[in-house]
Design a protein around this ligand. Sequence first.
Ligand code: SF4
Length: 504
Amino acid sequence: MNDTSGNGSGDGNGNGNGNGNGSKKVFIRTFGCHMNEYDSSKIADVLRAADGYEPTTDVEQADLILFNTCSVREKAQEKVFSDLGRVRHLKKKGVLIGVGGCVASQEGAAILERAPYVDLVFGPQTLHRLPQMIAARAAEQRPQVDIRFPEIEKFDHLPPARTDGASAFVSIMEGCSKYCSYCVVPYTRGEEVHRPLDDVLTEVAGLADQGVKEVTLLGQNVNAYRGLMASAERGAGGTPDIADFALLIEYVAAIPGIERIRYTTSHPNEFTLRLIDVYARVPQLVSHLHLPVQHGSDRILMAMKRGYTAIEYKSTIRKLRAVRPDISLSSDFIVGFPGETQDDFDKTMKLIDDIGYDSSFSFVFSARPGTPAAALADETPQALKLQRLQQLQARIEDNVRRISASRQGTVQRILVEGPSRNSGKAGKAGSGAQELMGRTACNRIVNFDGGPHAARLIGQMLDVTITEALPHSLRGTPVLHVSMVADGGNALNAGPARSPATTA
Ligand code: SF4
């Protein structure tokens, strides 16, 4: 921890006196989904643009500590309060503490009753107001709470997107209007709000200009997207036209420099034939889809208010596979929903076998206060629920291993993201090489020896031959391209590896 005695007494007004080196620092801890990760990056942008805050990963260095929270499961919610307790002592040196995200939205001022040392409580839709809240905290010397869903959406108040990598998230919508019986999102993030088409395209084009090659379109229900089109694109008679998700993808794919398009999360009911047709025509759309089914029993799907049956879900996947046979699929599963019988659970296992999922997120049902499902009778013992969860996860792990093994010997195109997790580890002994990692189109991590010029490969698309399938990652060797041969092989210190055609 820095000594703050010299230049910072800690007046609790957010003027930046905790880290002792002149620049203000913000520590942001993010819980939950990609939407929260995106929001955290926007919080950092807003604070940098307005108040000059720089992000830090060292909480002891921070002038401002923010927890961007998730309330989808009780455990994540409780973790926030234990983390708050852990940083409480830093208040002594004038650090500001804020709570944002879905717990903030749900609990509001009640957070201050449980943790009265918190200075700021803001929701997903008011994060752009943080600089004003910090100023008001200083002026009024009392905590600030703003968890509204303002009519003017936050996107209008955010600084232009910045990135320093080849991959970026772009939020295209906020909130959800589906009201699944177990979910808090419609209450914490509000009903669906869609960004106008041109705003999304302008953001993507700006990112492409900065070198971004891969965008992930974000929202709670991205394929429900209905974005207002600019007047030039309006239909006959000047009536506003609305772009659906399929059209949005086609426009994004037309932006020079964008080589990969991902999206998350999508809803089975919004998976239109138009969207399936885009898979047939837009090669930039990756062959990986996260389409949460949640359960395999129609009885439970109805109780969840999901609005589809297992057969309808399977029919969507069948149509999709007809145009993209190599697509890899993942899902979310809830085990132990109130009233789930062994027969219901068996139906989920059957669906997993039928679809052949490649990785998934699965959880035991967690009753969220205020949702209809929280009031349902739930007689299944927790131990049985956990047993079912383990069974389900083991089945999916089998699939993951089988699919990974099937990649061995193939050539996969990856987007090189940077040093691999074990980047401390050198490549070939004495070569000065660095371990790098990238992702395949189907989202598998591939680690490889980047050679002595590894830095040049970061942010590039690269073909690698898969040499080893580990439980949660692959290992590969870069394929030497003609351009690399012309370079005398200097771009890589890899083996010759002239390889067969790319298979994925
Ligand atoms: S679709 Fe259902 S589970 Fe997904 S965010 Fe909306 S309400 Fe929640």
